[in-house]
Design a protein around this ligand. Structure first.
Ligand code: NCD
Length: 314
């Protein structure tokens, strides 16, 4: 694998291969010295044009556990404020000698542009491009579902028959898009719940069912309920009347949480707006795998960095 730009480039075998490799990487974390020499001498550049806590730290931890060196670029405080372009920024960083660029950018398609441009030689890993995709998030979500459902018996398995309901700001969510495509590849069924204004027109062509009724979706007892953050920074219009109204209709409140089946796992990619998309009781409950998602993200990113930097299939 040269780059990871979109989950749509992964067939079932490739996706399961990454999840299985991540399981091996997770085993490393339990060792007295949780480090592998696999990427010694390699340099990973984290290039973040948008804010991030989890994703940036997670890629950094993953690279370090594989003994790679890490350099980090954040647009805030950089020469981007002086008008420097993606091309010049990327070439400047590449000129320092980097083997992989982990790119987060506000423009949908930015990672593909960088990978196809010939501006740099490095492997490109998409860490979120606008509203388009966030492939390592999709992978860590699939890993988290598989692990919670199958435990030690996860290896080699897909998510055939698993019913996943994704709720909220689908329109602006790259997390939702990566989940929709990857979950389809892995055999899961996806139902999207959102206000009509936050459902993309194109969703009619996606392999999903849609509705605006969260209560009905909860009554259907899905295996997974994934709540999304309201992407206010991408909203240049009023997509719903008021936050209170959003929370009332599409928030996982205490009352809805109480009606949720005991076996439904609750997910959220973070950062959470507690009280808006999800109540504190739901987020902190036993049913919540929100912190598992964070832990598993490091293993997934170890697997991805290893695959793009070693050129291996396995
Ligand atoms: C997501 C993102 O940036 O796309 N966060 C993340 O990477 N965990 C989701 C979000 O910002 O709401």
């Amino acid at each position: 694998m040269k780059h990871l730009l979109s989950v749509r480039d992964l067939d079932r075998a490739a996706a399961i291969g990454i999840l299985d490799l991540a399981e091996d990487m997770a085993d490393v974390a339990t060792r007295a010295v949780p480090k592998l020499p696999a990427l010694r001498g390699r340099t990973v550049a984290n290039v973040f044009f948008e804010d991030s806590t989890r994703t940036r730290l997670s890629f950094e931890a993953a690279a370090k556990r594989l003994s790679a060196d890490v350099i980090t670029f954040s647009a805030k405080g950089s020469s981007v404020s002086k008008g420097e372009s993606l091309k010049d920024t990327a070439q400047t960083i590449a000129a320092m000698g980097v083997d992989a660029v982990v790119l987060r950018h506000g423009a949908s398609g930015a990672a593909r542009v960088l990978a196809d441009s010939g501006w740099i030689d490095a492997a490109v890993v998409n860490a979120g491009d606008g509203t388009h995709e966030h492939p390592t998030q999709g992978l860590l979500d699939a890993y988290t579902m598989r692990k919670r459902l199958h435990g030690e018996g996860s290896r080699g398995r897909d998510l055939e028959g698993v019913r996943v309901t994704i709720v909220g700001d689908i329109l602006h969510s790259r997390v939702a898009r990566s989940n929709v495509w990857l979950l389809q590849t892995l055999g899961a069924g996806v139902h999207l719940v959102a206000p009509q204004t936050l459902l993309p027109g194109g969703a009619a062509e996606w392999p999903v069912t849609t509705s605006s009724d969260l209560d009905a979706a909860i009554a259907a007892a899905p295996d997974v309920l994934m709540m999304l953050r309201i992407q206010s920074e991408r909203m240049h219009a009023a997509f719903f009347p008021h936050e209170r109204e959003y929370a009332r209709q599409w928030g996982l409140s205490d009352a809805r949480f109480a009606r949720l089946g005991a076996d439904t796992m609750i997910m959220h990619p973070g950062p959470m707006n507690r009280g808006l998309e999800i109540s504190a009781a739901a987020a902190d409950s036993k049913a919540s795998v929100i912190l598992d998602q964070v832990t598993n993200g490091v293993s997934i990113r170890m697997a991805v960095l290893y695959l793009v930097l070693s050129g291996g299939q396995e």
